[in-house]
Design a binder for this molecule. Structure first.
Ligand SMILES: [Ca+2]
Length: 230
């Protein structure tokens, strides 16, 4: 075996788990374990076995594990890095409305800033809604139409994190371009900076995109992702 070959494994486990907020006096409901063993076999190969296990009694939540292997060269050394991400499904909010094959949604008529809207959705187990299709845009249109008395622009989950002000630089709150997310129908003259620097995503009642000042308070849409197969 070449002495120049060094294999190291770095396993990074991030548990995205929306736990109950109380930590006092709680009972352990589950755990995640990781074990790793390295071997040098007869052909001189170094192998590393690793096993990830999770125990979660009494839960029907699904867990998703993504493992990535990366190879780096540095000063004649070859480094292998294994990274893992374990994601646990957040509890499904009870008061979100199901639109079959599209998702669960909740419209918040109370006006909040973009940052506060993000937090409310996350605290509920969802996220600020992201439009991925025309049928999904129509869902938001339907929900908005039930509230004719609220402001005509509402927050959804996209923004311009580089504050460039140009359409092409807006992206979803998860960092995806609007085009690849599946919906980029802008209202005429948007993004409009007439009333200040507007870098946070909004929709009007026709579900056309616009940009609003992030500290402006508006109603907003939350979404719970159907990709978990609930
Ligand atoms: Ca969506």
């Amino acid at each position: 075996m070449s002495f120049l070959l060094r294999i190291s494994a770095f396993v990074f486990i991030s548990v995205v788990y929306f736990a109950e907020p109380s930590h006092q006096g709680r009972a352990l409901k589950g755990s995640v374990g990781l074990s790793m063993v390295n071997h040098f076999n007869q052909t001189g190969h170094c192998t590393i076995d690793f096993e990830l296990s999770q125990v979660f009694r009494g839960s029907k939540r699904s867990w998703r594990v993504n493992i990535k292997h990366e190879v780096y060269e540095n000063g004649g050394l070859e480094e292998h890095v294994v990274k893992g991400l374990l994601t646990a499904q957040p509890p499904k909010p009870s008061d979100y409305e199901l639109f079959p094959s599209i998702g669960f949604y909740k419209f918040h008529p109370e006006a909040r800033t973009f940052a506060d809207s993000l937090k409310v959705c996350t605290d509920e187990g969802g996220h600020l809604a992201i439009i991925n299709s025309i049928p999904e845009a129509n869902v938001l249109k339907t929900l908005y139409a039930r509230h004719s008395d609220v402001w005509r622009w509402a927050h959804i989950g996209f923004h311009d994190p580089r504050e460039s002000g140009t359409r092409g630089n807006y992206e979803t709150i998860f960092g995806e371009s609007l085009k690849s997310a599946g919906y980029d129908k802008w209202a005429p003259d948007e993004p409009d900076h007439t009333y200040g620097q507007a870098h946070c995503g909004v929709i009007n009642r026709d579900v056309l995109l616009g940009a609003g000042v992030c500290t402006g308070k508006r109603p907003f849409f939350c979404e719970y992702d159907l990709s978990w197969g609930v």
